[in-house]
Ligand binder design. Structure first.
Ligand SMILES: Cc1ncc(COP(=O)(O)O)c(C=O)c1O
Ligand SMILES: N[C@@H](CCOP(=O)(O)O)C(=O)O
Length: 470
């Protein structure tokens, strides 16, 4: 499979090069030239497979000769052996025809592990094949960072620099990043928002001299491999609930739009998906865009679901690319408007195409807390604030009661103990492997919200840079 940029002016790449490229050189995001299809028969045959075997069937069509079956399959088996649940992403029923898809059984307790445990192995393999080192730069609102650090902390080929917004992630999230004592790991507190951190990461990729000198690579959902690994659980959940013979709807707590875009890809590949429902917190740019037809960036508001405190929703560009029938010139125009004025209005036909597939609703802070408390009271089930945002939306969105609704549960409640305790009076405990997290020493440089300062720090500490510069 080959990959093209949403902005049409970057080299077309095979999977393994797109994997290591991060952002395309024209500032766009890589997408496959075409979405591979699974037939209803092939989808039906996913039933009963273990997670790694199902992942192989879904991911292999996106891959290339660097990942033949005898490489990809053991990699998948190893990646998902690190999960604490034998089903990897189990479903739990919380109401008639409403299910929670638990995506938090990986090492860092968030859905990011599902993709990152694979991505770490794939990138190390690709770098070893090329005998290269890479400097990974990433932005996090809390979960991507911890998952990336966990996935790469033993990497012999990559240094990892994660920018997180100081004071705007939960203490557990911060400690998961700052207590890892590996020489290749750098969790950097930036005096800004997640949007600032993400803008710095994209600016580093767009600074080609810096990018090439340090051999930058990305682990945010700008990396296509992140998306494709997330497509798998849509198939696994859909099949468990009757696909291909029955349609399913998904309600997804959304920030950077990577997770729900993976659901869209699953639908493009043939999974019968009735509706894809975007659930936002008070940072509701996507809900406003679907309601008004205008994507308009406002300031980020801190919330109890901090991982979704995002206004510039990176992967929305991938959806827009599909909605404008892959007209890269149109995407360049919309993104130029975003840069210049902080807003853009997609063409009416594009908005109609998006609304034909997606619904979007927001959940405010009071409703998020009330949902945690009510679900605990009524069902005995404890959810985190991100999941609560989506459960509340699932309850309010117009839907066909005969179609199963799957709510993606993106984080374990113990990642956000303060918010959960405030909502329902109960403090969730960390699993055993993290029980001493609060005792571990922290190590986290703090940098101003300034690209030059961040680049200088990374250049000083990256080993790929030293080698390349020599
Ligand atoms: C716990 C949690 N839920 C939801 C999201 C939103 O996912 P996405 O950015 O893919 O839309 C994130 C961050 O990505 C997250 O960490
Ligand atoms: N919510 C994310 C933000 C980054 O999203 P990504 O999916 O693009 O890596 C986080 O927790 O870091």
């Amino acid at each position: 499979m080959r990959y093209v940029s949403t902005r049409g002016e970057a080299p077309v790449l095979p999977f393994s090069d797109a994997l290591l490229a991060g952002l395309a050189r024209d500032g766009g995001l890589y997408v496959p030239e075409a979405f591979p299809a699974l037939t209803p028969l092939q989808i039906g045959k996913l039933a009963g497979l273990d997670y790694a075997a199902a992942a192989d069937r879904v991911i292999a069509p996106f891959s290339d000769p660097l990942f033949p079956a005898d490489v990809l399959r053991p990699m998948l088996a190893e990646a998902y052996a690190s999960f604490r649940h034998p089903a990897v992403t189990p479903l739990v029923q919380i109401a008639p025809n409403r299910f929670v898809l638990e995506l938090f059984h990986g090492p860092t307790l968030a859905f990011k592990d599902v993709a990152m445990q694979l991505l770490g192995r794939m990138m190390d393999h690709a770098l070893a094949a090329k005998d290269e080192r890479a400097t990974i730069v990433g932005a996090t609102s809390g979960d991507t960072g911890s998952a990336a650090i966990e996935a790469f902390r033993t990497s012999a080929r990559a240094d990892v620099f994660i920018l997180y917004p100081a004071g705007r992630v939960s203490e557990v999230q911060r400690r998961q990043m700052t207590t890892v004592d590996s020489p290749n790991v750098h969790a950097i507190a930036v005096e800004g928002t997640f949007d600032d951190c993400q803008a710095h990461v994209k600016a580093m990729f767009n600074h080609h001299a810096f990018r090439d000198r340090l051999r930058l690579a990305g682990v945010n959902s700008i990396n296509w491999a992140r998306i494709v690994a997330q497509v798998v659980y849509y198939f696994v959940a859909g099949v468990a609930l009757g696909a291909p013979h029955r349609s399913v709807s998904f309600v997804v707590p959304t920030g950077n739009f990577g997770d729900i875009f993976a659901g869209y890809v699953a639908k493009c590949m043939g999974l019968p998906v009735e509706r894809l429902v975007i659930a936002t917190n008070v940072n509701d740019i996507l809900a406003r865009t679907l309601a008004t037809g205008r994507y308009d960036v406002t300031g980020v508001v801190p919330s109890s679901s901090p991982s979704m405190d995002i206004q510039v929703s990176s992967n929305f560009e991938r959806l827009l690319f599909e909605a404008v029938d892959r007209d890269a010139g149109a995407i360049r125009g919309l993104m130029a408007s975003l840069t210049q004025s902080g807003a853009f209005a997609p063409p009416n036909e594009a908005m109609a195409a998006i609304r034909a597939e997606f619904d979007a609703l927001r959940t405010d802070e009071a409703e998020t807390a009330a949902t945690i408390a009510r679900i605990r009271r009524e069902t005995g089930y404890l959810i985190d604030p991100h999941t609560a945002v989506a459960v509340s939306v699932a309850e309010r969105v117009k839907h066909d009661p005969h179609v199963p609704q799957v709510v993606l549960s993106t984080a374990h409640p113990a990642k956000f103990p303060d918010a959960v305790e405030k909502a329902c009076g109960e403090r969730p405990e960390l699993p055993a492997h993290l029980a001493d997290l609060y005792e571990r020493p922290e190590r986290t440089p703090s940098l101003p919200n300034d690209l030059a300062a961040i680049e200088a720090y990374i250049a000083r500490h990256a080993r790929a840079g030293t080698e390349n510069a020599a």
